[in-house]
Ligand binder design. Structure first.
Ligand SMILES: C[S@@+](CC[C@H](N)C(=O)[O-])C[C@H]1O[C@@H](n2cnc3c(N)ncnc32)[C@H](O)[C@@H]1O
Length: 512
């Protein structure tokens, strides 16, 4: 494994021209996300995502341009120099260090993984060799880079964060813990200025390569822990896929925060408020402890800093054994021999026992600096499938919270609402029964929420097309079902609030 990283100096016209020629060569050979899928086929492509390279090696036995690039940049295989010259500007690549000469052969110094941007852009994510997919456990061989300093490519967490990030055009964005630079690359599309930080200096160099090779504007790169490298800097958007793993000791910088328990995530959340401009968002992935005798929701609520609204979604919970096993495998500890594996497993459980932790939650945290005296803090569990990207859904969530905060019940009943797009009604009950036991409203987009409603709620939602005020709709329903309209107006606002909060109903201007 090479410890030398390529260079791509955006300030130097000759270096930029060489990077441009490399990008053009990758494109010409269809070394893109689509091209890769077509060449490998879905099973080998999916196997590669599980760090299994054998199917991809079999699919790249030919000597075409794309096979050559996949072998070099994704499978860490040397190729004859003459074969590489047919595809790549080899002299440029040797000059900048993308390739290393080895007798008559050349090999890559880093992994380069084709990646498709949100609008189908062809991008490439650079990472350490053998790290384009999977954790450090997938890396074969040894030597070279100190394992603790490895820089990984795109994982499931990376794409999840990229998907939930709000993409409103902004001035300044911060990617904290940039790693391969994937979040900075996304941010560069809608932020005027991107700052990327990392504790690991190798990550900053690799992030710069990802940006340069993908043709994005360079980011300002700063080395250091958490917010320390940005001083008192403030941003419109902060994103972080931090080293959130709760582990005994910090062995792998890319995942172990090195602070006790979930302290790194808590610190990040608490310090974010001071670095957000008014109206700015901070979005991060996190792990949190479920501690005996404590509600996990209360733990998360206590993290939210003053002046910020928050939306926290727990997507998954693992008991401590599942959790330890997941990260032992990720780190390759299952290959360390049975005794070493057992000792590390034991140490992990000791750590959890000492912290009275029985499970670990994984999820998304979004803060928005609203400056509100009565911040809206939503902490919820939603483990069901969602439709990514969710950036727009996140913005709408906070807009609806603003609306509910400033709207009392009288104003709510005078308000107009529209049923959100692609909401359907399901009736649940015994086959053949005349009346349903209950009615469920289900969203087919975004969070894909489902919620039980009574017949008044279902009828109300069905009529909401923005034309009539909510109170008038309720009066009509009261007449239909023979209920006192005053009582119905009195008891329904909570249900309407819930439907608005969860995005089933959207407030609209009268007559809109
Ligand atoms: C899980 S990786 C995320 C990489 C990338 N942003 C992504 O989304 O795929 C976490 C990154 O945080 C960096 N890191 C670790 N400890 C840090 C700290 N205390 N402060 C800032 N970055 C840190 C690691 O070096 C690593 O690059």
């Amino acid at each position: 494994m090479s410890t030398h990283l390529p260079t791509a100096d955006a300030q130097d016209p000759e270096s930029s021209a060489r990077t441009d020629r490399l990008r053009e060569a990758l494109l010409a050979a269809a070394f893109t996300a689509d091209g890769l899928l077509e060449l490998l086929g879905a099973p080998a492509y999916a196997a590669l995502a599980r760090s299994e390279t054998v199917p991809a090696l079999r699919a790249t036995r030919g000597d075409g341009p794309l096979e050559t690039l996949v072998r070099l940049f994704l499978l860490q295989r040397p190729v004859p120099q003459a074969r590489a010259r047919a595809v790549l500007p080899v002299d440029d690549c040797l000059t900048d260090g993308w390739l290393v000469q080895d007798g008559d052969e050349v090999r890559a110094s880093v992994d380069v993984r084709p990646y498709s941007g949100p609008e189908g852009q062809d991008w490439w994510i650079v990472s350490d060799l053998g790290c384009a997919v999977g954790g450090a456990g997938g890396i074969q061989g040894g030597g070279g880079v100190d394992r603790s300093q490895l820089v990984l490519g795109v994982g499931g967490a990376s794409t999840t964060l990229a998907g939930i990030t709000t993409r409103t055009p902004v001035g300044k964005a911060l990617d904290l813990g940039t790693g391969s630079g994937i979040q900075a690359l996304h941010a560069a599309q809608h932020a005027t200025q991107v700052t990327a930080t990392d504790l690991n200096p190798r990550a900053l160099r690799i992030a710069a390569l990802t940006l340069a090779l993908s043709g994005a504007r360079p980011a300002e790169l700063r080395e250091g822990s958490l917010f320390e490298p940005v001083g008192e800097g403030t941003y419109d958007l902060i994103v972080s896929n931090p080293p959130f793993v709760i582990s005994p000791g910090a062995r792998l910088t890319y995942r172990d925060g090195g602070m006790g328990g979930d302290d790194l995530c808590r610190t990040l959340v608490q310090q974010a408020a001071a670095h957000l401009n008014d109206g700015g968002y901070c979005q991060l992935l996190a792990n949190w402890q479920h501690v005996e005798g404590e509600e996990w929701q209360d733990r998360l609520r206590s993290w939210v800093p003053r002046g910020c609204d928050a939306w926290i979604v727990q997507r998954e919970v693992q008991d401590v054994t599942q959790y330890a096993e997941l990260w032992l495998r990720d780190g390759g500890d299952h290959r360390a021999g049975p005794e070493a594996y057992a000792a590390r497993y034991d140490a992990w459980l000791d750590e959890f026992a000492a912290r009275r932790t029985r499970a670990v939650g994984f999820g998304w945290i979004t803060l928005r600096k609203s400056g509100a005296d009565d911040p809206s803090v939503t902490v919820e569990e939603w483990p069901h499938p969602v439709e990514q990207p969710l950036g727009e859904t996140v913005v709408r969530h906070f807009e609806r919270q603003d609306y509910l905060r400033r709207t009392d019940d009288a104003a709510l009943l005078a308000g107009h609402f529209r049923l959100a797009g692609e909401v359907v009604q399901e009736q649940v009950g015994l086959p053949g029964a005349e009346d349903p036991e209950h009615v469920v409203l289900r969203q087919n987009r975004g969070m894909r929420r489902a919620t039980k409603v009574d017949t008044v709620g279902a009828g109300f939602a069905g009529v909401c097309d923005g034309s009539l005020p909510a109170g008038r709709i309720l009066d009509a329903i009261a007449q239909l079902v023979g209920e006192d309209p005053v009582l119905l107006r009195d008891r329904t606002p909570d249900a309407i609030r819930m439907l608005v909060e969860q995005g089933f109903l959207e407030p609209v201007a009268a007559g809109a």
